[in-house]
Ligand binder design. Structure first.
Ligand code: HEC
Length: 171
């Protein structure tokens, strides 16, 4: 009998689900920041909301970009619509890289009653240059870290973010 089996038998492994839940939260919480952008310990972009409600620049930018490019299908504030899924849920449940992949390459679901089309945005700089912003905004909505509506107080856009945006947009 292995140690794990023995512990299971003794009922001493009940702490495992709690450990797993804690791990999930760690995967959303910002572990470090760089030039006004925040990342989890797995180097995945995430949001950072301070105690007084001030949001990081990317979260604010994501609010704006989401509402110009995605909301027509996915509903205001990532809440979903009868046509397309609630992205505030997807941003939490989906792997970051899968999320990027669907946006870049699109996806089509054909059923007997409906043709659901998620367009490919890979060639659209207004989406691709701001995709991490959109992603972190939706993640913040998914955990209710930001309330519905336009975020009020926000950080300034850092010089590094400005330069990266200009380079991406080809300015
Ligand atoms: C023309 C309508 C439309 C627009 C605009 C649109 N989407 Fe979608 N999206 C869809 C549909 C429909 C689906 C579901 C497709 C499926 O089930 O295969 C989808 C699915 C997705 C998924 C997968 C979600 C999941 O849980 O599996 C992601 C991620 C996504 N969209 C992100 C975005 C982002 C980000 C934007 C804005 C840049 C955007 N979409 C704009 C229609 C749209």
């Amino acid at each position: 009998m292995t140690v794990t089996e023995r512990l299971l038998l003794l009922g001493l492994l009940t702490a495992v689900p709690f450990a797993a839940a804690a791990q999930d939260v760690d995967n959303i919480t910002a572990a470090y920041s760089e030039d006004g952008r925040y990342f989890t310990e797995d180097d995945v972009p995430t949001y950072n909301i301070r105690e007084d409600g001030t949001v990081d620049w990317p979260t604010y930018s994501g609010f704006r970009r989401y509402h110009s490019e995605c909301y027509v299908c996915h509903g205001p504030e990532g809440e979903g619509s009868s046509y397309a899924p609630a992205l505030k849920v997807s941003a939490i449940d989906m792997d970051y890289y899968d999320f990027l992949d669907v946006v870049a390459n699109g996806r089509t679901k054909v059923t007997a009653s409906q043709n659901l089309v998620m367009p490919a945005f890979g060639e659209n700089p207004n989406v691709m240059c701001f995709l991490n912003d959109i992603y972190v905004y939706l993640k913040a909505r998914g955990t209710d870290a930001v309330p519905r509506g336009r975020p009020g107080k926000r950080d300034m856009k850092s010089e590094a973010i400005r330069e990266d945006e200009n380079a991406c947009l080809g300015d």
